[in-house]
Design a protein around this ligand. Structure first.
Ligand SMILES: NC(=O)c1ccc[n+]([C@@H]2O[C@H](COP(=O)([O-])OP(=O)(O)OC[C@H]3O[C@@H](n4cnc5c(N)ncnc54)[C@H](OP(=O)(O)O)[C@@H]3O)[C@@H](O)[C@H]2O)c1
Length: 155
């Protein structure tokens, strides 16, 4: 029986490289690509099957920053698979820090100028939106969504 491996965020970057690495080691695996963008997921699926024709590659739609999507996907996965041998909880985001120009100028003219420019305190900002579930997007994507996914798969 094929081992089943679920990988979130398999559509690019580390997740995609991991898919290739896993199939390089065992081309009989069944990889399930858990992605939010099904267009990308299907393109990756086709590319993997072209390189590793003896493998089995399927997809499931999940947006880990959306609770409803995670609940729906976990239900679907439980119906589709009797067991999952490995989970790689790879999907994630990390917004790039931006320079806060206003803070640069107010730092320049403050009494704490040396402290501000030696530590960069307050000079960088990071845009972390709030999701429809009312959680910080980075937290829900990188941690909470995966936590609920695993809890539901094991429930
Ligand atoms: N690369 C690094 O140096 C580094 C360092 C430390 C930690 N990490 C962590 O390693 C993981 C992979 O990094 P990477 O460099 O490969 O990043 P990446 O190229 O940006 O890929 C991230 C993957 O996660 C998916 N994703 C993002 N938000 C999602 C959501 N809400 N629901 C479902 N899938 C979502 C993306 O899907 P889409 O294609 O739909 O956007 C993409 O497939 C991330 O968790 C990252 O935080 C990376």
């Amino acid at each position: 029986m094929r081992k089943v491996v679920l990988i979130t965020g398999a559509s690019s970057g580390v997740g995609l490289a991991l898919c290739r690495r896993l199939l390089e080691a065992d081309d009989e695996l069944h990889l399930c690509l858990a992605c939010r963008n099904m267009g990308k997921a299907e393109a990756v699926r086709a590319a993997l099957l072209a390189s590793y024709p003896t493998s089995e590659v399927t997809t499931v739609q999940v947006d880990v920053s959306n609770l409803q999507s995670v609940l729906r996907a976990s239900k679907e996965l439980k119906q589709r698979f009797q067991r999952l041998d490995c989970l790689y909880l790879n999907a994630g985001i990390m917004p790039n820090p931006q320079l806060n120009i206003k803070a640069v100028f107010s730092g320049l003219f403050s009494r704490k100028v040396i402290h501000v420019f030696s530590t960069a305190e307050g000079l960088l900002t990071q845009d972390d939106k709030v999701t429809a579930d009312g959680l910080q997007e980075v937290f829900e994507t990188n941690v909470f969504g995966h936590f609920i996914l695993v809890r539901r798969l094991w429930a």
